[in-house]
Design a protein around this ligand. Sequence first.
Ligand code: K2U
Ligand code: ZN
Length: 177
Amino acid sequence: MIRPILIHPDPRLKKICDPVAEITDDLRRLADDMLATMYEAPGIGLAAPQVGVTRRLIVLDCNKEGDGAKRPLAMLNPQIVWQSEDVNTYEEGCLSLPNVFADVERPSEVKVRWTGIDGCEEEEQFSGLWATCVQHEIDHLDGKLFIDYLRPLKRQMITRKMEKFKRAQASGLVVKA
Ligand code: K2U
Ligand code: ZN
């Protein structure tokens, strides 16, 4: 089922998430719900804290619709075990910060180790949009948002704008973005 996505500022988006100890039916349902929520948004990644669950689970599918087959990935306890020296800058967005975009510089390639929803240990090297996205999602598990890479003044301006957006949404003045 589609789950509501938390909007910044929200304390649950700043928490360090707990490792997943056991793969249960609930966890499998959460992963399915997160993938459905991500595709519906639409987005190319989603982290569990964004749907209010502070556990170390992310989903992503950076294959552009149309040209590549869908490649839904669910990662439990993902860890970056290697990152390239060279960096890429990408104009990032975030489903928890609607209509906010900013350039973020990150290593252009990363090697990630994780446990799949089937319980198997996986390790893969990502580049391009996959590398940007998996780093963005793993940041979420450590309570880090892409705006945390911006200058404090710019970050404060964005947070004030989001607070206004949430107040307007709460009073029903704004249709959900
Ligand atoms: O964490 C999220 O909110 C999901 C982001 C993932 C993302 C952010 C920046 C760069 C790459 C991935 C959403 O998918 S934002 C929507 C989006 C869609 C296509 C390309 C970039 C961002
Ligand atoms: Zn995000």
